[in-house]
Design a protein around this ligand. Structure first.
Ligand code: XMP
Length: 517
């Protein structure tokens, strides 16, 4: 397994995902990790991430001594390479030519790390690599024992290597997809140079997790809040496989779910897989609690708290439960330089252990704690969950509660569910669902005039929202074809009595958010 030390790069999690894609298990630790923790981890290799700091400033993060002492291969990326060079006696200086973005690197093919990896061959026999570069400092002279293995115009030392020790540094970022051969370089490092076997596959992850859950839980009982979202669904399927009827799921239907969602959850888990699921129809309680409330944050708070309250009530009725399962995933807990608080235990707000009855004193079971979202999905497939459930667009915890602007009424929710279902059905039919990251309908409680046949209508408005995004922090509105929008609009207005106008949201994020509330 590989240890990744985080020096604060925005790409650290990406390094971890790429390593995992090579079938190799890895974990991220903050760069100031204790020497003993490095030894205890017993890594087969260590990767040092990039970071925002400059090695040439005083007081910038250093690589823990144990990293050099454990005697395993090292790969320093960007800041990681500079810190390595500086600490091993090389020379690092501020660069006059800063480089950010695309660059072409001449790779000297003699190193084990880059041998035979190239995008183009140059006339003088060097391999050329198209890479993503970002640096202010540069290494001017490699430390003793290292050879220069890559160079660019602005950085004569863009890569260093010592094949004997398996220690390497790269000024560019192999983990980002703009570096075309980055995946091969990382694979070369973790598989060949570190000698990791590549057995971190969904099948093995499932087997391994099952064994660990059985060991932790024994013959005791576990309760899980099942929402129908990816993380809780995969947790349920995994626990069911591991401990069968010792798992009880509580599914709280808050009346703010999408069309057919409650049925789908019950069909998949209870009827099809035989999971013990307690289905709580709490629509009335949620609608009553939301009555008269217009403020979005207030609605979120009410929905979140009531969920915890109902979950607690139901969990409290179960006899002999010792564990609470949660669908916590790796990005929720990862301990990294920019996130010192990540060391503490993150509890998803919807599954607040603190809110559970005192007498229950539940211990946590979190079988997905080490997995990235893409791994969770692949594990779900391995466990036989339907692909359309695993690759569904994200859906906010407060559900339609924040997609009905202002006060929530059952009639609004019913109208919105139907409009949303038509939109999603057509997106799938026109092959646009997977080309958008999130798409949904929003209910606007304003009425507008329309005519149908000989009648005049005075009914509500629905807005359609579809965005493309990678991280949901920024997003572009999806440029859906006019014919498609026309078709969806006609269907919604013709089929749903109560909606007489459809509009399409063409706001980007920023300045708008993805949700309307
Ligand atoms: P915004 O609207 O902030 O949304 O651009 C970004 C992403 O977060 C989701 N979202 C939520 N998810 N509870 C959730 O679980 C919430 O209260 C919430 N608000 C927004 C939103 O659907 C989008 O994917």
């Amino acid at each position: 397994r590989i240890l990744i030390l985080d020096f604060g790069s925005q790409y650290t999690q990406l390094i971890a995902r790429r390593v995992r894609e090579c079938g190799v298990y890895c974990e991220i630790r903050a760069c100031d990790v204790a020497d003993q923790a490095v030894r205890d981890f017993a890594p087969s290799g260590v990767i040092l991430s990039g970071g925002p700091e400059t090695v040439t400033d005083a007081e910038t993060p250093r690589i823990p001594a144990a990293v050099f002492e454990v005697g395993v291969p090292l790969l320093g990326i960007c800041y990681g390479m500079q810190a390595m060079a500086a600490q091993l006696g090389g020379r690092v200086a501020p660069s006059e030519h800063k480089e950010f973005g695309y660059a072409q690197v001449r790779a000297r093919g003699h190193s084990r790390l880059l041998r035979d990896i190239e995008d183009h061959a140059s006339a003088d026999g060097y391999g050329l690599l198209d890479v993503w570069m970002s640096h202010g400092d540069r290494v001017e002279a490699p430390p003793e024992g290292f050879l220069v293995i890559a160079e660019t115009e602005a950085a004569p030392v863009a890569g260093i290597g010592d094949d004997d020790r398996g220690w390497y540094g790269l000024q560019f970022h192999p983990e980002v997809t703009h570096t075309a051969q980055g995946g091969r370089i990382l694979e070369r490092f973790v598989r060949e140079i570190c000698g990791c076997p590549g057995d971190w596959t969904p099948g093995n992850i499932v087997e391994d997790s099952i064994a660990r859950v059985r060991e932790q839980v024994g013959d005791r009982h576990v309760v899980l809040g099942l929402s129908g979202g990816v993380d809780s669904s995969v947790t349920a399927a995994l626990l069911h496989r591991a401990i069968g009827d010792q798992l009880t799921c509580v599914f709280v239907d808050n009346g703010l779910l999408r069309q057919g969602e409650a049925d789908q959850v019950m069909a998949t888990f209870a009827r099809h897989m035989g999971v013990r699921v307690i289905h709580i129809d709490a629509e009335d309680r949620f609608l009553t609690a939301l009555s008269g409330v217009e403020d979005p944050e207030e609605k979120r708070r009410i929905i979140g708290n009531l969920f915890v309250e109902i979950f607690d009530e139901e969990a409290g009725k179960l006899q002999g439960v010792d564990f609470l399962a949660q669908g916590t995933i790796y990005p929720d807990v990862v301990e990294s330089a920019g996130n010192a608080g990540g060391k503490s235990h993150v509890i998803k707000s919807h599954h607040n252990v603190g809110g559970l009855p005192e007498t229950m004193k539940l211990k946590l079971v979190e079988p997905l704690r080490e997995l990235f979202k893409d791994e969770v999905r692949r594990v779900g497939l391995e466990l036989g969950l339907p692909a359309d459930m695993l690759y569904r667009h994200p859906f906010p915890g407060p559900g339609l509660g924040v997609r009905i602007l202002g006060e929530v009424h059952k009639r609004y929710a019913d109208l919105l569910r139907r409009a949303d279902a038509i939109f999603i059905e057509e997106l799938r039919r026109w092959d646009w669902y997977d080309r958008t990251s999130q798409a949904f309908a929003v209910f606007l409680p304003v009425r507008s005039v329309g005519v149908t046949g000989d009648g005049r209508r005075y009914e509500y408005v629905v807005a359609l929202r579809a965005v493309e995004t990678v991280d949901f922090m920024t997003a572009r509105w999806a440029q859906l074809p006019y014919e498609f929008l026309d078709h969806v609009s006609r269907r919604i207005i013709n089929e749903i009595d109560g909606i007489s106008r459809v509009v399409y949201d063409i706001s980007g994020k920023p300045p708008a958010t993805i949700e309307w509330e």
